[in-house]
Design a protein around this ligand. Structure first.
Ligand code: NAD
Length: 342
């Protein structure tokens, strides 16, 4: 199938081209994000292949549809950037890669947790400058600490497995209780109890209308003083202004983020010679107890191979009319939202 691939980086090309030797799709690579301006690049392509920060709102989808696009192939798990109701109305199919390497994201989360706790990011800079002082680098044992996991799906359960090995007490909040987590001894509690009891809070739920700004001023108010918050899910789950206030007051002791609610303007680009205009993001960077990575949780060789393979397989399945297990259906996720809109 003819596929317009947006937000292409060198690594996307490398892994997609390699996997495509098996599928033989006609891939055209575009560096820009998909948005209303760039949508015309897809004219004549029955499929677009997109990533987390491409815009697939109603206007963009309508423009794609005018150009003959019928399939949106996400090369990621999250689909919060796609207006599924509009896709339904326009007769467009959406496919995704539900699990490419949950280990990649779970392990990155633990990396942020360890680095923040033991201040490895600060120690690295000190030692390079010949400063071997330990002042201010004191950490705590993870063993025996209570970790609250929000969202115990594919990634959350692996985080639980790893933390069990560290000897942490594990609590979880989810709308669905995962038997795999229960078997590990994870205790499901209310969101409020999770906030009250956790020394570390780690977010692994999708971004939906229900989870948007789940971590807000009210939630932060209920947390333990000095709590560590980790977000490798989606930026919008955290209210950035609220966490900045929490950091300033000392209520939040550590913040590790791999995602940011306005990341589409920043992440995946080299902006080192630019004046960054996002004042909230720049404020976050001033805290010594904040560690930010630019949405690299997924970024392992294994994950990139799986993403390329599943994305191209999804496209082939739809092209040949085979059943595709990775179709995202509006009615499964946002039925209520669709009904409100239409
Ligand atoms: P998943 O669908 O397997 O699990 C998500 C879990 O969240 C499910 O158990 C679900 O029941 C739960 N959930 C849904 N709504 C909830 C709510 N309102 N409150 C509490 N829990 C709720 O997803 P996953 O593959 O484990 O991915 C988790 C998150 O990680 C997603 O947001 C995804 O977008 C993100 N992600 C980030 C990266 C990265 O590179 N940083 C890579 C992949 C996925």
């Amino acid at each position: 199938m003819k596929v317009a691939v947006f937000t292409t980086k060198s690594y996307d090309k490398e892994f997609l081209n390699e996997a495509n030797t098996q599928f033989q799709h006609e891939l055209t690579y575009f560096e820009p994000h998909l948005d209303l301006l760039t949508a015309q690049l897809a004219a004549g392509s029955p499929a677009v292949c997109v990533f987390v920060n491409d815009t697939l709102n109603r206007e963009v989808l309508a423009k794609l549809s005018e150009g003959g696009t019928r399939l949106v192939a996400l090369r990621c798990a999250g689909f919060n950037n796609v207006d599924l109701c509009a896709c339904d109305e326009l007769g467009m199919t959406v496919v995704r890669v539900p699990a490419y390497s949950p280990y990649a994201v779970a392990e990155h989360t633990i990396g942020l947790m360890l680095a923040l706790n033991r201040k490895i990011h600060r120690a690295y800079n000190r030692v390079r400058e010949g400063n071997f002082s330990l002042e201010g680098l004191i950490g705590f044992d993870l063993h025996g600490k209570t970790v609250g996991i929000v969202g115990t799906g594919t990634i959350g359960v692996i985080v639980a497995q790893i933390l069990k090995g560290f000897g942490c007490r594990l609590l979880a909040y989810d709308v669905y209780q995962n038997p795999e987590c229960q078997a590990l001894g994870v205790q499901y509690v209310s969101f409020e109890d999770l906030l009250k009891e956790s020394d570390i809070l780690t977010l692994h739920c999708p971004l939906t209308p229900q989870t948007h700004h789940l971590i807000n001023t009210q939630a932060i108010g209920k947390m333990k003083p000095g709590v560590m918050i980790l977000n490798t899910s989606r930026g919008g789950v955290i209210d950035t202004k609220a966490v900045i206030e929490g950091l300033k007051s000392g209520k939040i002791g550590y913040l590790g983020m791999d995602v940011y609610e306005e990341e589409s303007e920043l992440f995946f680009e080299d902006l080192s010679s630019c004046v960054i205009q996002d004042d909230l993001f720049m404020r976050l960077l001033t805290f010594p107890n904040v560690l930010i990575t630019a949405h690299q949780g997924f970024f392992t060789k294994n994950a990139l191979e799986n993403i390329a393979q599943t994305t191209l397989q999804n496209i082939s399945d739809i092209e040949t009319g085979r059943s595709c297990p990775n179709i995202v259906k509006a009615e499964h996720h946002y039925k209520a939202a669709c009904q409100t809109k239409t």
